[in-house]
Design a protein around this ligand. Structure first.
Ligand code: SAH
Ligand code: SF4
Ligand code: F3S
Length: 457
């Protein structure tokens, strides 16, 4: 019997047959996180197999795909704005409009699309992405709108075509979904429960990438360190095995959860020479009280102790983090706890967010919501603190030798090359183009807030 994916390949062939000789084009908007971007690479893979060519100019496209995110509110207005703009093109050219991704798992959004944007052709969810080819085939054959959203956890499908955006760095999704239900977060509702890919499938994908010249791999999941490959094969086992693959020079992973940094994971990070020693350690809040109501499962003290323990065990480790300001009930004192942790841990990079109410989450139902004005003021204070630390932190690079993966010419100055350190800092330097895509050692000579300047040794 054919499996689901083999069936989908048949639909890709059928659409390809229908499109033959027509030189059809597609555009895609990717609105979410790295997992969402990785999904888009699969969507592009399917579309190209169906005979569509990618264009940036949406007005030239015969099919436009929106891959949505709903983790924060502003994405909704943005999507509806863009779909509104598509109306005339749809009427004039008959462009196929397909909307997928996390936001489509929200009933109220789909209802709004039905009532206000009836010209949308395909609505697909996070569990039905692999069926896009079938949906497109049906649209071409039957011309009636398709809703393909299911509410049960999708299976882990292997073998979809993929068209990657980069040719040196690649993302590899290792698990889908999330079980943590942090009280502010919509992800568990739109991505379902945790499902891990089999180790053999992940390792084969990475080996293939290495064969095709990829140097840097980012392992992706909403909670990567709770990866469960079966038969006691855990995230640490995966790190050791990916570390062994020849050709791969750097391994990164996002996002881990502080509660799952078990001893074996810390040990693996230390022992695997290719694992970059910048670790994402999402704090969210520095107040134990807020953390409890966020359902994060650690206190301020436990977080600091974990960071200190990792600093002790892993030489030269640095951290990046995510922080939310203005969660319900956050007092001035709670917020100061957040500032305190930021000062004490000295993060290399801080991604800051203003709390956004999400329908269906416990946070949305909490009574003590923080007024917008206070949220914004706190955000600005946190931002000022983080930015005041950047330059001081950059100073410590000056005079050091850093391994840099050379990515290409600098966008602002084509006579210079650009690359990134292990710790993800941008380095600009003078060099010949043959260095592109190699890992070289550079001496850091100066810092410029958002980038460092280096010299070949
Ligand atoms: N699974 C990842 C994060 C996924 S979402 C993790 O646990 O780290 C990425 C970030 O968006 C979160 O870390 C959080 O800081 C932020 N975020 C999630 N929900 C949010 C909300 N309702 N409002 C504001 N920021 C939010
Ligand atoms: Fe959201 Fe928390 Fe899951 Fe991350 S761990 S996706 S923040 S529920
Ligand atoms: Fe957004 Fe979905 Fe990622 S909600 S952050 S695209 S998992």
């Amino acid at each position: 019997m054919k499996n689901e994916i083999e069936e989908q390949y048949e639909f890709m062939d059928k659409v390809n047959e229908l499109n033959k000789g027509k030189e059809l084009k597609y555009s895609i908007f990717t609105m979410g996180c790295q997992l969402n971007e990785n999904d888009s690479e699969k969507i592009c893979g399917m579309l190209e197999k169906m005979g569509y060519f990618r264009v940036d100019d949406t007005t030239k496209a015969d099919i436009v795909v929106f891959n949505t995110c709903c983790v924060r509110e502003n994405a909704e207005d943005k999507l509806f704005g863009k779909i509104g703009e598509m109306k005339r093109q749809k009427e004039k050219k008959g462009t196929i409009i397909a909307i997928g991704g996390c936001m489509m798992q929200e009933k109220h959004i789909v209802e709004k699309l039905h009532s206000s944007y009836p010209y949308v052709d395909i609505i697909f969810g996070t569990h039905t992405l692999h069926k896009l080819s079938e949906d497109i085939y049906k649209i071409l054959e039957e011309r009636k709108r398709i809703d393909d959203v299911i509410d049960i956890d999708g299976e882990v499908y292997e073998g979809l075509p993929i068209k990657r955006v980069d040719n040196i760095k690649a993302s590899v999704t290792i698990m889908y979904g999330c079980n943590n239900f942090c009280s502010y977060c919509i992800v568990p509702y739109v991505r379902g429960r945790e499902r891990s890919r089999r180790p053999v499938d992940i390792l084969n994908e990475v080996r293939n990438l290495a064969k095709n010249g990829y140097k840097e791999i980012t392992l992706l999941g909403q909670n990567v360190n709770s990866y469960n490959g079966g038969e006691n094969y855990k995230f640490s086992n995966l790190l050791y095995d990916v570390n062994k693959i020849d050709g791969i020079e750097r391994i990164r992973f996002v996002s881990p959860h502080p509660k799952d940094f078990t001893e074996d994971v810390i040990e693996a990070i230390k022992k695997c020479d290719k694992v970059c020693k910048i670790i994402h350690l999402p704090l969210q809040s520095g107040s134990s009280k807020v953390l409890k109501s966020m359902n994060r499962k650690y206190t301020k003290e436990q977080f600091i102790t974990l960071a200190e323990k990792m600093k002790e065990r892993i030489p030269n480790v640095v951290f990046s983090t995510d922080i939310i300001v203005g969660f319900p009930g956050e007092t001035e004192e709670d917020f100061e706890d957040t500032l305190d942790v930021v000062k004490r841990v000295n993060f290399e990079q801080v991604y800051m967010f203003i709390y956004s109410r999400r329908v269906g989450t416990p946070g949305d139902k909490m009574e003590n919501q923080i007024p917008e004005e206070i949220k914004h003021k706190r955000f600005d204070r946190l931002k000022a603190l983080v930015e005041s630390g950047i330059s001081v932190n950059n100073q410590k690079y000056i005079g050091t030798v850093q391994k840099v993966l050379v990515e290409g010419e600098s966008k602002n100055n084509p006579n210079m090359l650009t690359g990134r350190t292990d710790s993800n800092k941008v380095v600009i330097f003078e060099g010949t183009k043959d260095l592109i895509h190699s890992v070289i050692e550079l001496k850091i000579v100066s810092e410029h807030m958002w980038y460092l300047k280096g010299e070949i040794m």
